[in-house]
Each structure stands twice: as structure tokens, then as C-alpha cells.
Design a protein around this ligand. Structure first.
Ligand SMILES: [Zn+2]
Length: 359
């Protein structure tokens, strides 16, 4: 008999949602990233108030002379806002579509990122279809855990119409505290004359910011240095995450965009299968191999009253381990697995862990 169990992270509970709600009430906007804005005026150098948020900005790699502040925000490169009361990510260092901020949406949140469409987006011209197209692009990446869901109540990301002036299609917000960036502003009147493909491109692009992607062409844009996505760094003229391309950029995620999403948000450890017969066998799916990936590292810890604590590891897309079988002996035994990805360029993704209890 084969049984299949869905993995749940330890501690994945309503508690996290409550905490998220509290975070949302504390901060209205985490990090706003203006996408198509060209600013030529060099910011004045001013004395900066030391704080964890300032340290975080420095860790992201933004040049010291590009940081300014006012009463409520640090302002970087004149179009990225960091609220002084933002929640600084615990893992505020690190890795970058190709380029990213180093702060990811947490494992438990990746598969259900709730998107609310503000009434200002459905008022004429109604851009619901464009939003649906953008969400479908991300949701159709089968190798990635990222899944957006449109909701009407409690949300993670609000999409609203905002007059951003001339030259700015939209703005997105970087993730913080394991939660997707909470606001997308779309300059509807400015993009209304673009093609459908380009209008939905803008929304797809902003959703990319909300899950941590920076501009693939940050260097050409004169933006601060960004972190390579493990295994998928470098420039890419066909990337949908190139900035400064309102109305003319790639309308659909290209091969590297997809690989970058898989790198940061791999759809791994999605299922556990074991056979209740001799030999007792545990198998788990580590996802689908794509180019640029050398191998997966898989480790497990299995605790049973009969066998004690067992640990082991493997290095393939799927891994399985066998134990002596005694009927009913494993009921209630906890099993924890963790998986990470090794890339051909030598970089290694963070561990993703999951656990279950054998019934
Ligand atoms: Zn952008």
C-alpha cells in the first residue's frame, strides 16, 4: 500500500498568519521600488541616523552616497523607499532574477500569496484581465512553489491604481519578514495606451519585485549592485525583469526568468511516499532538474520507537531509504527532511525543510 502525505513545515500554523496580520498593521509599506523611473540628480550626502534598517540597506549593497533619509523613510537611489519602522528580514544578507534582494518569501507563504484587486483597478479601464494574465505567468511555473491567489478579504498584496506621473508604469514592494511585498501601484492612465501584452507585463514585473526580484539590467540602469540568483546570474536582454522598459519590454517570463524563480522558490519536498510493507521505504520528491543544477542534497531525520533516530542523505532528484519493517511500528514517528540545490556555478541554495508524522 502506498500512501502520500503533504508536507507541512514545523510551526506552520495560524500563529504565523496572526503575526503577519500584526506586521501588516504596523507597516503600511515596506519597500517601494519604482521601476521605470530615471533620475539624473545625484542625491546630497547627509548624515544618516544609525538603525537596523540602515544596516539592512547597506547589506543589500546600496552605495553609501546613494542613501538619504527623511523623518519616516530611508530613500535609496531616489525611487526605493525603506520605511524606518519596517521589519528587517532575519536573513538580511545574501543571494539575489537573475538578481534579487536577498530577502525571500518564506516557505509557508510561497504557495498561497493572496492578491487583492482594489476597486480602482476594475474601474474603467478594467485591468482584471491583465492581472489574471500576470498571475497565470507565475502560477504556471510548475517547478516553483510560488502561487498567487486572488482574494477579496485579507490579502498579502494589494494592487491599486496610482498616478505616478509620466515615465513610471508601476511600483512594487520587496518582501520583508518572509511576507511578499504588500503593495503594487499601477499607473493606469499612463499604461492604458499600451498593448494588452505590455499592460500585463507591467503587472507581472511588479509581482516579480514583490517576491524579491531586482532588475536584471540593474547595472545598465545605473542601480546599486544586486545579488546573483544562485545558478542564474548575469544580464539577459529577454528578461521580463529588466527595468526602464515600460511598454517595450519582454511581455513573458523567459527561460532564465523561469530558472531564477525555480532557483529561489523550488517546488521541492512536495510529497512523501512510503510503503507499508517490507522493506519499509521512504521516498520524497526533490523537484524537477533543470539546466544549471548539478544535484540536490537531501537529508532526513527519522525517529521511531523501534529504530531510534536515523539520519541519512542523498544526492538526486528523488531519494529513498529503506528500513526493517515491523507492522504498525512506525505510527507516530516523526520524519523531517531538508533539501538544497547545488548549481553548476558552485553556488548552493538555502536548505528547505519539511516534516510530517507517519500515521
Ligand atoms: Zn521594476
Amino acid at each position: 500500500m502506498k500512501m502520500k502525505y503533504t508536507f507541512l513545515l514545523p510551526g506552520a500554523s495560524a500563529l504565523l498568519h496572526n503575526r503577519f496580520t500584526a506586521i501588516c498593521m504596523m507597516i503600511t509599506m515596506l519597500v517601494s521600488f519604482s521601476c521605470e523611473n530615471n533620475q539624473d540628480v545625484a542625491p546630497e550626502k547627509t548624515a544618516l541616523t544609525p538603525s537596523p534598517v540602515l544596516n539592512y540597506i547597506r547589506q543589500l549593497g546600496f552605495a553609501e552616497n546613494s542613501i538619504q533619509e527623511n523623518n519616516t523613510h530611508y530613500i535609496v537611489e531616489e525611487d526605493i523607499l525603506f520605511p524606518k519602522n519596517m521589519v528587517v528580514p532575519d536573513d538580511a544578507h545574501g543571494r539575489t532574477e537573475q538578481y534579487y534582494t536577498g530577502s525571500l518569501v518564506s516557505f509557508v507563504n510561497q504557495s498561497n500569496i493572496r492578491v487583492k484587486i482594489d476597486a480602482s483597478m476594475t474601474a474603467a479601464p478594467d485591468m482584471t484581465a491583465e492581472i489574471n494574465s500576470a498571475i497565470a505567468q507565475w502560477n504556471n511555473l510548475l517547478n516553483s512553489r510560488i502561487t498567487f491567489t486572488i482574494v477579496t478579504g485579507t490579502y498579502d498584496i494589494l494592487i491599486q491604481n496610482t498616478n505616478l506621473g509620466t515615465g513610471v508604469c508601476g511600483q512594487g514592494t520587496f518582501p520583508s519578514g518572509g511576507v511578499a511585498g504588500n503593495l503594487i501601484q499601477i499607473n493606469k492612465s499612463y499604461i492604458a495606451g499600451n498593448s494588452f501584452d505590455q499592460r500585463q507585463r507591467t503587472i507581472t514585473h511588479e509581482l516579480g519585485h514583490c517576491i524579491s526580484f531586482r532588475h536584471t539590467n540593474w547595472a545598465a540602469q545605473g542601480e546599486s549592485s544586486a545579488l546573483d540568483v544562485p545558478g542564474v546570474g548575469g544580464t539577459d536582454a529577454g528578461s521580463l525583469m529588466n527595468g526602464g522598459q515600460c511598454g517595450i519590454g519582454a511581455a513573458y517570463l523567459d527561460t532564465n526568468d523561469k530558472a531564477a524563480t525555480f532557483s529561489l522558490y523550488p517546488n521541492i519536498v512536495s510529497s512523501l511516499i512510503y510503503n507499508s510493507s517490507y522493506p519499509f521505504k521512504i521516498t520524497w520528491n526533490a523537484g524537477v532538474k533543470t539546466s544549471g543544477i548539478t544535484r540536490y542534497d537531501i537529508e532526513y531525520t527519522f525517529v521511531s520507537s523501534r529504530l531510534g533516530t536515523l539520519t541519512g542523505s542523498g544526492t538526486s532528484t528523488t531519494a529513498s531509504f529503506t528500513f526493517p519493517w515491523v507492522s504498525g511500528q512506525y505510527s507516530g514517528s516523526p520524519l523531517t527532511t531538508k533539501v538544497r540545490t547545488r548549481f553548476t556555478d558552485g553556488t548552493i541554495s538555502p536548505w528547505v525543510s519539511a516534516s510530517t508524522t507517519i500515521p
